[in-house]
Design a protein around this ligand. Structure first.
Ligand code: ASP
Length: 581
């Protein structure tokens, strides 16, 4: 027996008069006391079944038993719907199946929620993910994801990239997060780390003579989960031999355009815009600025050096942004709260009314020159200040800028702004460790000519790293790498990894770099983030089939779980008493 002759969503007017078997789920059942209507759903869509007790008395009996989400098989004749019953919103809306035989193939227990209920809380959705995934939106999201991945693979293949699988049981690869560890039964007390990225393998593959490597790589990072972060995620991971950074960007732009085209959307214009990190920070206070609106930052440090207002005079950096409208006290108070959340001490402001009169508790401390310097062209406006260490000011004002962009409707949602942010600093200062650490990863190349700054002025050294940003979301990072083992050692050393530690942790890399390593560079783009944005979702959990909750568990399977003591003992592991359950 064939379960079905065609898919429910394929039923059309040209099939009228033909007999078909369909199979799927009962999406809805309407009992009109006599006639029963069932919307039968499968992966292709919906078809209406009509069960008429006069035509098919046995089927009618079965129909009364059917509840939502029962699995059915129906055999019948396709008929045109009466004109008043046509549903123009449904591709199958002109026809229905007049059922002769109806079989309940599989029953469903009462549902924990109805599939058309939009207000189910996320923990319930994740607990019953198999039901949640039956919904049209989730089906669309996962299919969109598959379309994008297929398009990228096609594109990478056409461009001559070789798909190479790299290990998931490996050594720690520093990408700035904690590692997930896997114990090894054959070597109790030893652990593999799950890769934070295939970074060192891909560099090695280039040294091994693969000029163009790529992989849809699964990466694992033990960090706090957020809307745009999961413990495990996929990257379009790639690496090239002898590249210029423009050549790397060209490949990524091609992959983005191929994805848009596969979805039938207008692709973004190429080449993408480019901003150096310094310019992005100065103008937007962010290394992932949303360029769909202006509201740029301005520097006022020089002008306020001798200000009577001590907060400004003493701050290493004073910056402001000018909002094109008068903000109310309540709005200013809530912005101040936001500033504090982002580590600001407060948020000084000047409000200019329609007449250009200024209102502010700090106005009397500011010179006329300073007030004139910040006065916006439009009369009714608000100027918001940040005064602190430059990176702190940037963090606060960029959060304020993004908030206002949304709240005041300044964002042009019809635009797509792709951007390369380039020339990142090589190191950043690690407050806790009291030393310099990498800002991307330790293998990032140094801007040519900045090599001597590694020792003399690490904070000023720039790297050959770049990020891709879409509408304020960081989609990924990459760089031209260090391909000289001596230079690599100097970078390790500045980060507090001495020669011996470097040998222990990265000896294989240093060796690889000594064995004929060509210049190389690459990139990794977070697939879930990219897909989420393409799907119009602000949370990547909406495009992941079985994601972890914010607290790091997976409610459907109930993972993670404790493990029996004897199994742990085999692995050489004992759980501390306070963590025993
Ligand atoms: N391995 C880096 C990351 O995962 C990307 C790269 O530098 O290619 O962010």
């Amino acid at each position: 027996m064939k379960w079905r002759d065609l898919l429910a969503g394929e039923l059309r007017k040209e099939h009228v008069g033909q007999r078909f078997a369909l199979a799927g789920w009962a999406a809805t059942r309407r009992d009109h006391g006599g006639l029963v209507f069932i919307d039968l759903r499968d992966e292709s869509g919906l078809a209406q079944l009509v069960i008429n007790p006069e035509r098919a008395p046995e089927a009618a009996k079965v129909a009364h038993e059917i509840r939502n989400e029962f699995v059915l098989r129906a055999v019948g004749e396709v008929a045109a719907r009466a004109s008043e019953a046509v549903n123009p919103n449904l591709p199958t809306g002109e026809v229905e199946l007049q059922v002769d035989e109806l079989e309940i193939v599989s029953r469903s227990e009462p549902l924990p929620f109805q599939l058309d209920d939009e207000n189910v809380d996320e923990s319930t959705r994740l607990r019953y993910r198999y039901l949640d995934l039956r919904r049209e939106k989730m089906q669309d999201n996962l299919r969109l994801s598959a379309t994008v991945v297929a398009a990228i693979r096609r594109f990478m293949d056409e461009q001559g990239f070789v798909d190479v699988w790299t290990p998931n049981l490996t050594r720690a690869t520093p990408e700035g997060a904690r590692d997930f560890l896997a114990p090894v039964r054959l070597q109790p007390g030893n652990f593999f780390a799950l890769p934070q990225s295939p970074q060192l393998f891909k560099q090695t593959l280039i040294v091994a003579g693969f000029g163009r490597y790529y992989q849809m790589a699964v990466c694992f990072r033990d960090e706090d989960l957020r809307a745009d972060r999961q413990f495990e995620f996929r990257q379009l991971d790639l690496e090239l031999a002898f590249p210029t950074r423009e050549e790397v960007w060209d490949v990524l732009e091609g992959a983005v355009v191929a994805s848009f085209e596969a979805l039938g959307r207008t692709p973004p214009e190429r080449p993408f815009r480019r901003l150096t990190w310094h310019e992005a920070m100065a103008r937007f206070g962010s290394d992932k600025p949303d360029l769909r609106f202006g509201l740029e930052l301005h520097d006022l440090t020089a002008e306020t050096r001798d200000s009577e207002f001590k907060v400004f005079a003493q701050a290493p950096s004073v910056q402001y942004l000018a909002v094109p409208q008068q903000l109310s006290r309540a709005e200013l108070a809530s912005l101040e709260e936001l500033a504090k959340e982002w580590g600001g001490k407060g948020l000084a402001y000047l409000v200019f009314d329609e007449e250009g009169e200024v209102r502010s508790p700090i106005a009397k401390f500011l010179s006329a020159e300073v007030i004139e310097a910040v006065r916006p062209d439009e009369p009714a406006a608000t100027v918001l200040f940040g005064a602190d260490e430059p990176l702190k000011v940037a963090r606060v004002l960029s959060a304020v800028r993004n908030h206002l962009g949304r709240e005041l409707g300044l964002i042009d949602e019809s635009r797509d702004e792709f951007l390369w942010v380039t020339d990142f600093p090589l190191f950043e200062w690690d407050e806790d460790g009291g030393r310099w650490t990498f800002s991307h990863h330790p293998f990032t190349g140094i801007r040519l000519g900045d090599e001597d700054l590694i020792e003399s002025d690490p904070g000023a050294a720039l790297s050959q790293a770049y990020d891709m940003v879409w509408n304020g979301w960081e989609l990924g990072s990459g760089s031209i790498r260090i391909h000289d083992s001596e230079l690599q050692k100097r970078v390790f050393k500045q980060m507090g990894i001495d020669e011996q530690q470097a040998e222990e942790r990265f000896g294989f890399l240093l060796e690889v770099l000594r064995m004929g390593a060509p210049p190389h560079g690459g990139f990794a783009m977070g697939l879930e983030r990219f897909v989420a944005l393409l799907a119009g979702e602000s949370n990547i959990r909406e495009v992941v089939a079985f994601p972890k909750t914010a607290s790091g568990s997976e409610p459907m399977t109930g993972a993670p779980t404790p493990i029996a003591k004897d199994i742990l003992a085999e692995l050489g592991i004992q759980v501390l008493p306070q963590f025993e359950s």
